[in-house]
Design a protein around this ligand. Structure first.
Ligand code: 13P
Ligand code: SF4
Length: 369
């Protein structure tokens, strides 16, 4: 395959080109690749990128789409852990491309596999579970490395996303009396609390403290052990922001992503994954007002797409996910034009030994709604 537009496929040549000239080139490369490629876009991607995606969705929907896709190339406009999961779920012959390898996730970086193994050894050492996880089920949020997903899979655990975290907790509690939830303490706390588990039955494991900063007794009495991780984007939303928008706009509904802190989620009208937030706003009657606690690109898009309603961000200082933002139209164009030339750039490959157990944990997740 070749395209007249692809004169040189070195990234440096693309980064100096203005956004406006990217659309036609991306469209041309996309057409040339035809069914050989599929472009997946997470809702937090900027408009100049997401408009080129064949499928857009939340983490759950995109991992399902990746698992069902038959395209040879899966170009993932999202962050590293999403591309890794797509590689784990895809067939051997498929190749996953992340247009910018710097598109990581600071929350996923808050749990390293060595730290998680160390935590688990402590739990086994205290006699709270066997190594196989017969008394504690490890549950990891999608926003974690493939190594951690593999760790959970091997110990009878599961992956979840914000759209099926409650289902994953129920699944886990049907097997064991305790859950270790990685790496987002907020999603874990919000989900467990909504299921009726009081806050005093949850503890937070700090990987930088001896024995997680906890006593054996605290660990013994806890039902949920939360990892000390968070999303810095969603931590910016505060309970006072909820009070402020309610005072300014009587009748406004506050929607929050469950990565927001518990105090915000308690004050919100509804919680949801990015897909659920979109659905709630789309299906609301004209004239409805919403303040949304999630990434700013999605909130701005929702405002544009729902002009008969009012949609504002919960915190007007603008909560931007800088790593999602790394995927620029230039990076997308570069990746696609390279594919046209037969070069697979920025391929994401999960090692085979990790892949097996990560797949087990992801397949379990896909069976939970
Ligand atoms: P969703 O699963 O809701 O798409 O969320 C992913 C994410 O990274 C939110 O910060
Ligand atoms: Fe990670 Fe937060 Fe960005 Fe989501 S919004 S990708 S959790 S840093």
């Amino acid at each position: 395959m070749s395209t007249a537009a692809a004169t040189s496929c070195s990234l440096e040549n693309y980064l100096v080109i203005p956004d406006v000239s990217m659309d036609d080139r991306i469209t041309a490369a996309r057409e040339t690749l035809g069914q050989h490629a599929v472009i997946l876009g997470h809702h937090y991607q900027r408009d100049e990128v997401i408009r080129h995606s064949d499928f857009r969705g939340d983490s759950y929907r995109l991992s399902k789409t990746a698992a069902e896709s038959k395209a040879e190339y899966i170009v993932f406009c999202g962050v590293h852990f999403m591309a890794e999961s797509a590689d784990v779920l895809s067939r051997h012959s498929q190749k996953v491309v992340l247009p910018d390898l710097n598109a990581g996730c600071s929350m996923a970086d808050m749990a390293e596999i060595g730290q998680v193994e160390d935590c688990w050894e402590h739990l086994v050492g205290l006699g709270l579970t066997s190594d196989a996880g017969d008394a504690i089920t490890p549950v990891t949020y999608m926003n974690s490395t493939a190594a951690i997903k593999g760790f959970c899979g091997e110990r009878g655990g599961v992956v979840c996303t914000s759209s099926n975290a409650a289902g994953a907790f129920k699944w886990a509690f049907a097997k064991t009396p305790k859950v270790l939830f990685l790496p987002d303490q907020h999603l874990g706390r919000n989900t467990a609390f909504a299921m009726g588990i009081p806050l005093n039955q949850m503890v937070v494991w700090d990987p930088y403290m001896p024995m997680g900063g906890l006593t054996a007794d605290r660990l013994r009495s806890a039902k949920v052990i939360l990892w000390k991780g968070h999303c810095s984007v969603h931590q910016r939303f505060l309970p006072e922001h909820v009070d402020k928008v309610r005072n300014l706009y009587p009748g406004i509904k506050v929607l929050a992503h469950p990565e927001c802190r518990w105090e915000v989620c308690q004050k919100a009208d509804a919680l949801g994954s990015t897909d659920r937030i979109i659905k709630l706003i789309r299906e609301a009657p004209a004239g409805s007002k919403f303040a949304v606690g999630t990434e700013i690109h999605l909130v701005n898009r929702l405002a544009k797409e729902n002009r008969d309603k009012m949609v504002i961000t919960l915190d007007d200082s603008g909560c931007l996910c800088t790593t999602m933002f790394r995927i620029s139209p230039q990076h997308l164009c570069w990746a696609l034009e390279n594919l046209v030339e037969g070069n697979v750039v920025n391929r994401i490959v999960v090692k085979d030994d990790v892949k097996h157990w990560a797949r087990v944990a992801l397949d379990r997740m896909l069976s939970i709604q």
